[in-house]
Design a protein around this ligand. Sequence first.
Ligand code: EPZ
Length: 416
Amino acid sequence: MESFVINGGKPLVGTLEVDTAKNAVLPIIAATILTDEEVVLVDVPKIIDVEKMLQILLAMGGNVVYSGRNVIIKTKGLSNLEIPSLLAKDIRSSIFMLGPLLAKYKKARVAYPGGCDIGSRPIDLHLSGLRDLNVEISEDYGFIDCDANNMKSGVVHLDFPSVGATENIMMSAVFLKGETTILNAAKEPEIVDLANFINSIGGKIRGAGTSSIVIEGVETLSGTTYKPISDRIIAGTYLIAAAITKGKLCLTNANYQDVYALLNKLRNAGCLIDYTEDTISIECSKRPIACASIETQPYPGFPTDLQAQMLALETISDGICVVTENMFETRFKHVPELLKMGAKVTTKDRMAIVRGVNRLHGAEVVAHDLRGGAGLVLAALATEGKTIVQNAHYVDRGYENFELRLQSVGADIKRC
Ligand code: EPZ
């Protein structure tokens, strides 16, 4: 298992380009099942979760060809409608295949999905939404068998604005005669990007980005060349890296509107922020002021995927911060590791109280999930002396060449 070895205490200075978004690319890869025509996805990040999603397509009989940083996908006539359970168990996004398979082939068999261990990760909202559209679903031995031969348009109300459930139901309804409405839909930018992708191949989806999405059924879909949106979580991670190291970064291919909740927090912490249509600049010359509270919420609230990175910043900020993780039930696994570095954090259920200290000290710490691992790297970048972050593969799930990008702006970080 690889680790990151970091000698911190150096400010990050320079320019970083933000990759295309993992959480936009993953559902869009699933959506390519909807069309028989060729789809070219532009500038796809080379990260583990994307590679595994493409492997699932290949295992089902799809055609996938890398061409530089582009991926050429053709899924006409998939020969296997059962998602390989070994791959399905590896990544949460395997469940996104369900909707398009039901739309296109009227049946699917999928194992319960895996993903980072940040909570129980149920799929009840996905299944109840599909049942509301008259999909027959049976579950046994960890597999879900679906029959959509009697599926019809209708109204689905989500008890919670689940990102994945919104995406799955949106994709499942693309060919249903009439109009299907999703109420209390998730509003994340990745939902809008998925709808834009489907509309670019001939779909008719409106309202994405609001809590009410309408999908008008169409007959067939075409091909396209499509560049997904930039990754707001990578952008946020870089911004926090600048804040925690008292550095100065300019991010390109970055959309300030997608990270507005974070920008507000960083401004209140004393960082200077500026932005244009596709760049964000940040400069932090002194110790950050603690944010009184950070509460993770569905978009446009503060994103749960930046909680660990922000908590790391708060461990060296001036003051006390109360972090509340409303989205997942066990997303504080990075806290015991931060304590090894001298952080002062107490947690109870979904709340963490962080008392900022002047400095942390180096230690050997363990990443337990993707964003927690990124948070530990950020803490190490701010810490004089050597820190080893084990389980670099978790970070590789969502960040391509993380250490090389950080090296390019002055970080002393190596993979070993
Ligand atoms: C997506 O996960 C993202 N993953 C997650 O990013 C992100 O943290 C999450 O949305 C919230 O923004 C991808 O897009 C691949 P949810 P998803 O359904 O769809 C509960 C990362 O680090 N829920 O919005 O799984 C669920 O337990 C990953 O990039 C149900 O109860 O998230 C959670 O508490 C981590 N029943 C809450 O809703 C369901 O059927 C939010 O889950 C579905 C979800």
